[in-house]
Design a protein around this ligand. Structure first.
Ligand code: GLA
Length: 702
């Protein structure tokens, strides 16, 4: 199509004849093997779109695919809502149309990711088997006409999901142009069914976990309010507030149910699929937490997530947290299987990202470990709930104004793909996140102002500014690669976890615990030891009491001066070598003059406890101190505020992505003469307008 060709011409005029750059001078060790996100025989960086051929006459497909190819897109995810087209009647499968779409895409060098359609069961199915529909907390069954209406605990539903996934795999499991599978879509937002079938399964799960009712009653302290259970059948599904032990168990069961739902489809696909075809899901970033993602992503080949800004503009910290957290689930590169083509339709204000911001966002994704970025969606259906969502192609079938920017970025991805091959994000600093701790705090915030994300983000922001590279991982994985590990809100520290963390410290790491750490065990029960529980002895100090604050209070000490607000815990030291780094000023009398931050050297490392929610200047000072005492320096070098630096490292060295997220044009002095890869020249300085991007590598010295 003429306009598609015009787009292609525009961008190829700028970028031609790229040779992969071989990097030199690694400053961090990184495994050299290819990440599973980089597919053999394909570019290491891919760009694509989410395409719904079932919504369009077949005569149109050729035009769409040619336009995609012209825009340098090389992957499309399809079919994830097309159940009624693939199985129009029970047991009657129609895949010929899908086969034709896949073949046509192949002709245009567009690899296909197949989505299983189980987020959208068809009307014949829900009509014939109403038990497959989700039932909400009030006993109301979902109606047809939306999506995510299937019940995760319905055995009938899982049987039908298994069958469609298996039939798809039988047909396409060896298809050369199908590179992988996305199971379901967003896993029903983690919603559960509240019916007898679900309750029975929950009770069975509890039985398998606790073995005896005595054990369960003891762990949940059910003597409180006469909650004692005499048989498994008495245990309810918690709705609203309930015993914290029961609430945690239900959330763990939610994870178990969705993981089982996913497993059901893995079992259907794997036996019929080439091992080269990956399996992933479409996850939703850091903020989405009804399911423990460390558990559900375990059996997948890699993690993919859908990255939307919604209202406003890209906040590199908030979005960086999601990227790093999703990357941290399997400690491996990721895909952005959906992202925002300018604007969405579901946020309070669906403003567009600015010109240049979509490109900046794509490079920000890559900097944080993404090897694929895919725009949702190519063209919107002429009817349906998402008619007025942003797209790459308009209802008239012509490119939207954004398409040339996407095409330019896709062309840059292709040009630099060799440079990014086998590279990963390698960091010396990690934040710990734990879904169960997050749930526990959210259920008992104690002050509605307790905003876990704000605390998490304040540490992320301050530490990333210094280190320029951060990981976000589970507290239970090997931590020895990190010089500094910060747990802003690790409420649940059972004995085994404490031993693991203490081991990390003794072996030379620096562990920093934030407020509310080590209050509880793995059953969401209080530990009969003062915070940080099993780590109090190593700290040589303990929390005497916690206070939800009415107003901010001053705090000062060797760490710096500032304020503590919302939450304050005062500590005492129990060991002569424990050092107090911050004390509260005048407050409620209880806190006046008491220790807010305590640190102690243990073995070859150090452990620190921060008992209050620190003001941003104090977090910045604390981060400086942590970095200095742990030997952390920036991976690139100092840059002005507003410039985001990311680094990816492979066996041959490092490549840096610099993006100007500040409002003004900036000149960035490089730490040494480097190769600027997007415009192919050697330089000691780059000029970055707002949303400007530079990709930099060290110059070969041979
Ligand atoms: C989600 C879904 C998509 C689509 C987009 C719209 O990510 O997975 O199907 O609804 O949101 O932003």
């Amino acid at each position: 199509m003429a306009c598609g060709h015009a787009v292609r011409f525009l961008v190829t005029a700028v970028l031609i004849f790229w040779a992969p750059v071989f990097l030199e001078g690694s400053s961090a060790d990184a495994p050299a093997q290819t990440p599973p996100t980089q597919l053999p025989g394909h570019n290491a960086l891919l760009m694509g779109t989410d395409w719904y051929p079932e919504q369009w006459p077949e005569e149109r497909w050729e035009t769409d695919l040619r336009m995609m190819e012209d825009a340098h897109l090389n992957v499309a995810r399809i079919a994830e809502f097309a159940w009624s087209k693939m199985e129009p009647g029970e047991g009657y499968f129609q895949f010929d149309w899908l086969e034709r779409a896949i073949r046509q895409a192949e002709k245009h060098h567009i690899a296909i990711v197949l989505g299983t359609p189980t987020a959208a069961p068809p009307a014949w199915l829900t009509q014939k088997y109403p038990e497959t529909l989700r039932v909400d907390e009030n006993g109301k069954r979902a109606l047809h006409g939306n999506r995510a209406h299937g019940s995760v605990t319905s055995l009938k539903y899982k049987e039908l999901c298994h069958r469609i996934a298996e039939e798809m795999a039988k047909r396409f499991g060896h298809d050369a142009n199908v590179v992988g599978w996305q199971i379901d879509n967003e896993y029903g937002y983690g919603m559960m069914s509240y019916n007898d079938e679900a309750r029975r399964q929950f009770q069975e799960w509890l039985k398998a976990k606790y073995k005896t009712l005595n054990a369960l009653n003891e762990r949940w302290t059910t003597t409180y309010w006469s909650q004692t259970y005499d048989n498994w059948g008495e245990i309810p599904i918690p709705v609203g507030e309930n015993n914290p032990g029961l609430m945690l168990a239900w959330q763990q069961f939610t994870t178990y149910a969705w993981t089982g739902y996913q497993h059901n489809q893995i079992d259907a696909i794997r036996p019929h699929a080439d091992p080269r075809q990956f399996l992933t899901g479409n996850f939703m970033g850091y903020g989405f937490d009804p399911i423990d993602h460390f558990v559900i992503t375990k059996p997948l080949t890699f993690v993919a997530w859908d990255d939307y800004v919604g209202t406003g503009h890209l906040d590199p910290d908030a979005n960086g947290i999601s990227h790093d957290a999703m990357r941290g689930l399997k400690r491996e590169n990721i895909w952005i299987i959906e992202t925002q083509p300018g604007f969405v339709n579901w946020s309070p204000l669906n403003n567009s990202l600015d010109k240049g911001e979509v490109r900046a966002m794509a490079w920000h994704d890559v900097g944080h470990g993404a090897d694929e970025v895919s725009y949702w969606q190519w063209r919107s259906a002429l009817n349906g709930q998402e008619e007025i969502h942003g797209t790459l192609v308009g209802p008239d079938g012509k490119p939207e104004p954004l398409l040339p920017e996407v095409a330019q970025t896709a062309n840059e991805f292709s040009a630099l793909q060799g440079t990014f091959r086998d590279t990963r994000v390698v960091s010396e600093v990690a934040l710990l996140q734990d879904y169960e701790s997050r749930w526990a705090i959210n259920w008992q915030k104690h002050t509605e102002k307790y905003d876990q994300f704000a605390i998490f983000k304040s540490y992320y922001h301050a530490l990333r500014k210094i280190s320029q590279s951060m990981d976000i991982v589970s507290p239970d994985v090997a931590l020895d690669q990190y010089k500094l590990v910060v747990a802003p809100d690790l409420c649940l520290i059972p004995k085994e976890r404490a031993q693991h963390l203490e081991e990390y410290v003794k072996n030379g790491g620096h562990l920093v615990l934030g407020p509310r750490s080590g209050l509880k065990d793995e059953f969401d029960a209080l530990l009969p030891i003062r915070q940080p529980g099993y780590l109090a002895e190593a700290l040589g100090g303990q929390v005497e009491q916690y206070y939800a604050l009415e107003k901010a209070i001053p705090a000062s000490g060797p760490l710096g001066s500032g304020e503590v607000s919302v939450w304050a815990e005062f500590l005492t030291t129990t060991s002569p070598d424990a050092e107090v780094l911050l004390r509260y000023g005048k407050s409620n009398g209880w806190l006046d003059g008491q220790a807010a931050v305590v640190t102690r050297k243990v073995g070859r490392g150090q452990i620190t406890y921060i008992g209050g929610m620190l003001s941003n200047d104090l977090v910045a000072a604390a981060a400086q101190w942590m970095a200095k005492s742990s030997g952390i320096s920036p991976v690139f070098g100092p840059v002005a505020d507003g410039i985001e630096v990311s680094r990816r490292t492979g066996g041959n060295g490092s490549v840096f992505v610099l993006i100007n997220f500040g409002g003004e044009k900036q000149s960035v002095a490089l730490p040494r003469t480097m190769q600027s890869l997007l415009d192919q020249h050697e330089t000691k300085q780059v000029e970055l307008p707002q949303y400007g991007v530079a990709v930099l590598a060290d110059v070969k010295t041979k």
